[in-house]
Design a binder for this molecule. Structure first.
Ligand SMILES: Nc1ncnc2c1ncn2[C@@H]1O[C@H](COP(=O)(O)OP(=O)(O)OP(=O)(O)O)[C@@H](O)[C@H]1O
Ligand SMILES: O=P(O)(O)OC[C@H]1O[C@H](OP(=O)(O)OP(=O)(O)O)[C@H](O)[C@@H]1O
Ligand SMILES: O=C(O)c1cccnc1
Length: 489
């Protein structure tokens, strides 16, 4: 169920080179073990949506658990040259890497959780050299899977209980885009996939119909349906649009009748072109009139959440949505802009110095501290997320400040309940978290989306969920910014 099922054990080189050059720099300065805190977060919900679904943690855990350089990795690094053709990495540094063990403490938000901009999905605390090396692989895993899980959740939400099958492998960004994308799509709520290896690796249910080539390989369309039904009498879904869709439906009915005479039922038909609203309504009529109300209608052809919503409004009679390209590639937004920022560094007195990355825009200034996300509920409904730093006490009653407009405050009533979202995953390198099954993660996504007010779920201009900074954290952040700006002037 994890990354090593797709790759061989060592992924230590799956990082950007600048992480290794900085690592050598920290080592050379005797700062390799200096304790640091980094947060991984994004700044905008993808797809102009109102929420995001976290995904990829299990793969991230696997990466961290196996973190370590093999002799082969070190031999490769030993022959990397600097611009004057000298070895880029020093022998002593490579020896340091050879004995390196993962010793960080990691907290993360469980997969399948509704998350929002500016809140850490993951917090890593440990030797700065290790945190630095892990920036890129953690981002590549969590950014992509979170993006695809969110895309899938949006589709599942508008499909309102209809089944969704993921058909995207052929259009995915390579084999890993396909495998990790299918995993994430399942986290988001799809019911099945055509991706057989994802079925084997992750236990995702497999489903499929047949291609146009099957029909085209016969002289007559009806012969192709008969032949398929002969091989799969209880598992046939005929693709009816190769020549003329509604004529294709009539031929499917002829074969369905023959199947029934032999004690079998046709499972479904698939529409893959034309006006899917009109054709599904007409196909439904033909099937119902012929006595096949249970034969389901599958539709595919460049579908996404907007088309699903529109087709439903048009009264389309589609039972199952087959979705490929737009899901597996997150077509309208191919990347989640998650970042990984240094937030605190331990000084020689053992105290935490808060760190921020300045920007002209307040929204882009990172938040320092050792952050936790506290989610408040009013009678079960989510009312806001407050970032606070675990090394500070929280002023009571809990009040948070708008991250980009300090004049706006929000207080939470005493009667509100709360939950801290970041849970321990590793304690000083030791794994302390058991990932739920993928089915349980999917169930969590469903529960999370359903617990969001519908104003956050609509596709067009959703309401913005409130994420703020606990008052003292906000004050500390402002102090650091003022101090840095005065020093930069
Ligand atoms: N009723 C509808 N309302 C809105 N969009 C629709 C409707 N029916 C189909 N679509 C979408 O319109 C697009 C039409 O795609 P396209 O232009 O490729 O036509 P096609 O029917 O697939 O033709 P072809 O036979 O060339 O494949 C697809 O994304 C499809 O999902
Ligand atoms: O449209 P998507 O959402 O990406 O879904 C996957 C598409 O892949 C197949 O088409 P393709 O033309 O590749 O093969 P086919 O001959 O089986 O239709 C299938 O028929 C879908 O249309
Ligand atoms: O099984 C299907 O119908 C299928 C599989 C992959 C891509 N398109 C369709």
């Amino acid at each position: 169920m994890n990354l090593s099922k797709r790759y061989q054990p060592s992924l230590a080189l799956l990082t950007d080179m600048y992480q290794l050059t900085m690592a050598q720099g920290y080592w050379k300065q005797n700062r390799a073990e200096q304790q640091a805190v980094f947060h991984l977060y994004f700044r905008k919900n993808p797809f102009k949506g109102g929420y995001t679904i976290s995904a990829g943690l299990e793969d991230a855990m696997d990466l961290l658990q196996k973190f370590g350089f093999t002799q082969e990795d070190l031999d490769f690094l030993a022959q990397v040259k600097s611009s004057n053709q000298q070895p880029l990495f020093e022998k002593g540094f490579l020896e340091y890497l050879a004995q390196l063990k993962f010793t960080c403490t990691v907290h993360a938000i469980p997969e399948g959780t509704a998350v929002f901009p500016n809140e850490p999905l993951l917090r890593i605390q440990g030797p700065i050299l290790q945190c630095q090396l892990l920036e890129t692989p953690l981002l590549t895993i969590l950014n992509f899977q979170t993006l695809i899980a969110t895309k899938a959740a949006r589709m599942v939400d508008v499909a309102k209980g209809d089944a969704i099958i993921e058909f995207g492998m052929r259009r995915a960004q390579g084999p890993d885009g396909s495998l990790s994308g299918t995993r994430a799509a399942f986290v988001g709520g799809i019911g099945a996939t055509s991706n057989v290896l994802a079925g084997k690796l992750y236990g995702i249910p497999l489903k499929g119909t047949h291609a146009h080539s099957w029909v085209m390989s016969f002289d007559e369309e009806v012969e192709s349906f008969e032949a398929y039904a002969h091989v799969f009498p209880d598992d046939s879904v005929f693709l009816v649009d190769t020549y003329h869709t509604l004529e294709g439906v009539k031929k499917a009915i002829v074969v369905a009748q023959k199947l029934r005479e032999k004690g079998h039922e046709l499972k479904g038909i698939r529409l893959d072109s034309g006006d899917l609203a009109y054709l599904s309504i007409e196909a439904r009529k033909l099937l119902d009139e012929a006595g096949f109300p249970k034969v389901s209608i599958v539709a595919s052809n460049d579908l996404d959440e907007y088309l699903i919503e529109s087709l439903k409004i048009q009264g389309a009679r589609i039972d199952t949505w087959g979705i490929g390209t737009k899901l597996i590639t997150a077509y309208d937004q191919p990347a989640l802009g998650g970042v990984f920022k240094l937030a605190a560094l331990q000084n020689e007195q053992g105290l935490w110095d808060y760190k921020v990355k300045l920007s002209e825009q307040l929204i882009k200034v990172s938040t320092p501290g050792i952050l936790q996300v506290r989610r408040f509920f009013d009678k079960g409904t989510l009312v806001g997320d407050m970032l606070y730093s675990e090394d500070q006490t929280i002023a009571q009653p809990a009040t948070m400040v708008h991250p980009n407009d300090p004049t706006q405050h929000k207080s939470f009533k005493e009667s509100c309940t709360h939950e801290d979202l970041l849970v321990p995953i590793f304690q000083q390198g030791k794994l302390v978290y058991t990932s739920p099954t993928l089915q349980d993660i999917q169930a969590r996504t469903k529960q999370q989306v359903e617990s969001l007010h519908e104003t956050y779920r609509r596709l067009l201009n959703p309401h913005i969920y409130k994420v703020g900074l606990e008052q003292q954290l906000h004050q500390k952040k402002m102090d650091v910014i003022v101090d840095l700006r005065s020093r930069a002037d």
